[in-house]
Write a protein that binds this ligand. Sequence first.
Ligand code: GUN
Length: 292
Amino acid sequence: MILIDGKKIAAEIKEEIKNKISALVKEGKNTPGLVTILVGDDPGSQIYINNKGKACIEAGMRSVTERLSADTSEHDLLDLISYYNNNKDYHGILVQIPLPKHIDEAKVIEAISPEKDVDGFHPISIGNLVLGKDTFVSCTAAGIQELLKRYNIETSGKHVVVIGRSNIVGKPIANLLMQKNKYANAIVTVCHSAAKDLSQFTRTADILIAAIGKPGFVKEDMVKEGAVVIDVGINRIKDDNHPNGSRVVGDVDFPNVSKKASFITPVPGGVGLMTIAMLLKNTYKAYLKYGG
Ligand code: GUN
């Protein structure tokens, strides 16, 4: 079994971006900039937003975080997005999801200029992805493909089974890996909680991608011997043996599934860190394509 080291690959990508940015600085050029917007004080979202901002600064990008109170109106949030849509120093805009219930998430995502949609959540980005056109791809989905690529894992003609159909992960990764492209060209099945017997699908996977948000959901008997297992879950569970009373686990029962897998991503240290690395990559891409 080979452990896929997301930490190492994410660090490599960050270093690649950092070198490109320092070359820009040497040429006296403007640097890429990202604005992250957090509404409310959800502890998980705060950690993600802090990590995203920190990664930008470490790579030499400009980064600002707008922290808005949970009772911010939809109108004020849309105004702020409009301000950054028109600000030439910021090439990427990221609004952390989920948003408070009184704000229409789809409306907010659609308000972001597609040229600055570094999350790849805008309907135009999603549409381009489905059509196989160059676009911003959801950072988690792009991160998974990058891991497969850097570990030389063959995807062409392989059966990829995705568990989960979210707009953020399930749908984009399925579309990305079914494209007639290098590091894709897979036969993709998307399954979800309505399946009467999920394991009937998962057992046929050469590459199994778990993105359901249920701790330890994928058990050994759901996985084919020698499968590649990609765990997208980030679930915080109670653990009194841990110093802060909890720890983070994935959607896969790692101790048992890892005995059967040929490659597997750990949690933490797998896909999660790639999401941030690909955000840097998307911001750099936005800068090259539309800014500079
Ligand atoms: N919430 C969970 N994952 C993500 C992500 O990749 N981007 C944003 N904006 N919100 C998220």
